[in-house]
Design a protein around this ligand. Structure first.
Ligand code: 13P
Length: 256
């Protein structure tokens, strides 16, 4: 059974005050929505306050990254148990911006995902090809390698705790959303890889989000595709009204 899941990745935006104001509005606007899992991912410094505001609601909080060691001499890093303590229940791992700007590799994605699971956080593991890779006909090859490396060594039970996000890099922040057919094609490929690696039951259970220029007016057509189970939203998640509309418009299909 796959329940739709919409997550807002705020990236490096919003002060603590602004984050609190946004979720205070969201809390009101989304009070009646029950059919969708909803997550917001603020910067580290706002996680605890945002979690506090959302504590009596169904809206969950996520982090945007995590380090794989629990503690020690790793200046500047934040570990999974600390994120949990601050109130996070999800964590985005392997976002293309981290792969591009911060040297994230398949191996670090794998270690971070393992650490998140160990701490009881739900990892949202991101994959996706560059425009040049798509144009060279390498989309499936690139996404297949990201899945293989990022998820190596995980059991079927592990996989059931993981959310995947397909974010074609060319669609992120560009206003150039993948067509529902383009997205569905890759989502189906990802589910096929899951079937081959962990069996049909696991593949049918894992939720796969689409990310890249998702807006209130394109979410419904994406959600109608059989293998798209939600969205990871950047720009349009920053404003409470547009994120709330995305969540509401995502309810075109129930649990599948
Ligand atoms: P945009 O929705 O701004 O394209 O960003 C997508 C994204 O990177 C979410 O993680």
């Amino acid at each position: 059974m796959r329940r739709p899941i919409i997550a807002g990745n705020w990236k490096l935006n919003k002060s603590i005050r602004e984050a609190i104001d946004t979720v205070t509005l969201l809390k009101r606007q989304l009070a009646d929505v029950q059919a969708v899992d909803i997550v917001v991912c603020p910067v580290y410094t706002a996680i605890a306050d945002v979690a506090e505001v959302l504590s009596e609601t169904a809206i969950k909080v996520g982090a945007q990254d995590v380090y794989w060691e629990d503690k020690g001499a790793y200046t500047g890093e934040v570990s999974a148990p600390l994120l949990k303590e601050a109130g996070a229940q999800y964590v985005v791992i392997g976002h293309s911006e981290r792969r591009q700007f911060f040297h994230e590799t398949h191996e670090t994605v794998n270690k971070k995902t393992r650490a998140a699971l160990k701490a009881g956080l739900t990892p949202i593991v991101c994959v996706g090809e560059l425009l040049s890779e798509r144009e060279a006909g390498r989309t499936f090859g690139v996404v297949g390698e990201q899945l293989k490396g990022g998820l190596a060594g995980f059991t079927a039970d592990d996989l059931k705790q993981i959310v995947l996000a397909y974010e074609p890099v060319w669609a992120i922040g560009t206003g150039k959303v993948a067509t529902p057919q383009q997205a569905q094609e890759v989502h189906a490929f990802i589910r096929k890889q899951l079937t081959e690696g962990w069996g049909a039951e696991v593949a049918q259970a894992v939720r796969i989000q689409y990310g890249g220029s998702v807006k209130p007016d394109n979410i419904a057509e994406l959600m109608r595709e059989p293998d798209i189970d939600g969205a990871l939203v950047g720009g349009a998640s920053l404003e409470a009204g547009s994120f709330a509309d995305i969540v509401k418009n995502a309810v075109v299909v129930g649990v599948r």
